[in-house]
Design a protein around this ligand. Sequence first.
Ligand code: B12
Ligand code: SF4
Length: 452
Amino acid sequence: MKRLWLDIGDLGVYTRPSGAHDRWQDHGMGLLRTILRDAGVETDMFSLRSLRSWKELPKRFEGTDMLIMNVRSYTFPFAYKAAQTFKQVNPKGWALTGGMHATVAPDEMEGIDAFDRICQGPGENSIVGLAQDPAAFPRLTLGQGAKTMADWPMMDRTLWPNPHLKDFPWPLEPECGWGPGPVATIITSRVCPWQCVFCNEASFIPNMGRKSVDQVIDELNFLDDHYGPLGSVVIHDSMFFQQPHWLREWLEKYPRKAHKVWPYWAAGRSDTVREWPDLFEALVRETNWRTVSIGFESGSDRVLKILNKECTAEDNNIAIDLLNRIGDDMEKQGKPAPKFWANIMLGIPGETPADAFETIRMLKRMKRVMPSIAYYAPYPGSALGYQLIAEGKSLMSKDNYHRYPKDEKVKGIDYKFYNRLLAGKYDREINQGLPMPMQRKSGNFLSWLIKA
Ligand code: B12
Ligand code: SF4
């Protein structure tokens, strides 16, 4: 059987200059292709991102018996179109799907006739059987995962698509402004235990053990030896700053055992930074946690409550002041200062203009920041997403999940106001609530609006 794993993402990302975040490789696909290869099940690989137009796709499917895809909600429209094309070329072929969208929106997946098998949940212990004998499974099937990430084989990154671009250090990844290239993206933990209503991934991703610190460092050293020298690391965990005992071991071993203390990007929460400030500061200073991604989301307590963020505006300010202080001190010592990657959401149902002004004030408080601002998007899987979909207020559909930064995502939200806000049109009102030094920062944040 000739099997093809189709990597899905925006067309053209691997053929023309594109945003770095559109170019990240897919760990789900890398892991499952490694497991398949180790079991002797061959798969070819092709990336939609290497196409310039959909017209080129049919010939890529010629002679293929099975199409396999990892479908997330934001790639669902592409998976849908690719499967239809596949069926036109190979009416008797199998289209095998799994991934996050299959897990959280099985009804939408089942509505697409071209998907022959839809696997919900993790796929580590199911993918081999499914790829060998799909007929033995019902159309909608529940996958089996590993108990702990320690059981994952080290992913073979040469199974990722090679974009063949001068600025793409395959099988490593290009730098994106967070640290020098080549970059190694890694995942050390799988599930964040909090329950923010726009995310709450713990309700749809089964809990699993974290990779050991040694395993993570060994993998980085291996990548450095074989494909390096590595420039920096991106830790793709939804929540890196959890489990203090693991973090303490990382603090103790990473500077000592890694070939180099590569600077890295990783995510935390403001309430736990406030709870474990010494651990946070030591990680920033001693392990080169150079880009600190925090889901601040909002500067307003009202909105943080709507989101069930379980962080307060005060937690946010304390985390900001702490990193500002660490940064000032490191700069004085001639060292590069850590920066925030500040995740911010606007256009949240129930948010007032006064709340949104508080959010921009919070951003201006950060001395060194790369804002990552998104208009709230109601994803299935999340509690708020499911609610808005049920109420008919979501503007995301199977044809436009994959939207662009300024796209409108929820009915009844005044996006004109938000576009004006990000263009700095309300700077006077915002600055009224701020001390002088913070007022100076430019109020134009439109270019920081990201796809969401
Ligand atoms: C890394 C990451 C990214 C990277 C993506 C890199 C890439 N090219 O894949 C970046 C930073 C670009 C990204 C962006 C976004 N992401 Co993201 N991301 C993640 C994250 C943290 C890890 C993904 C990962 O690699 N997981 C590990 C692998 C092993 O898991 P996996 O891919 O799901 O695969 C497993 C199963 O799904 C299954 N499986 C997968 N494929 C198949 C196929 C078959 C046949 C079978 C049987 C099984 C199977 O088996 C695998 C092993 O168990 C997840 C959260 C998480 N904890 O997973 C969020 C997550 C996937 N992202 C999400 C979202 C919403 C986004 C954003 C919209 C914004 C945001 N909230 O972050 C943007 C979208 C950008 C855009 N519009 O293009 C949601 C998706 C929700 C959904 N309903 O699809 C998640 C779950 C986070 C969350 N809780 O909100 N993301
Ligand atoms: S938004 Fe962040 S803190 Fe909240 S559940 Fe998701 S990953 Fe965890």
